[in-house]
Design a protein around this ligand. Sequence first.
Ligand code: SF4
Ligand code: SF4
Length: 86
Amino acid sequence: MALLIKKSCINCDMCEPECPNQAITMGAEIYEINPNLCTECVGHYDQPTCMKVCPIDNTIIHDPEHKESNEQLWDKFVLIHHADKL
Ligand code: SF4
Ligand code: SF4
């Protein structure tokens, strides 16, 4: 499941540099997560690192519109980082 940044984001810039997939970018008003690039940090960390660094509770949440199994997240990780070896 990709993650989602809610309107409570204060644009503190903490999460963007931490994302191993460059899935986080500044949007029109707040930071946004590209669901095609977010793997919940599968392949890199045990937990979503953006959630860990965000200082505002419940601002980064699981996006109910983008439900994915662990297997799908691993497939996405391979496509993003190892597509040249497939
Ligand atoms: S969960 Fe990981 S991959 Fe997804 S946006 Fe956050 S830091 Fe990036
Ligand atoms: S860490 Fe949280 S508050 Fe800071 S920019 Fe990212 S989502 Fe917004």
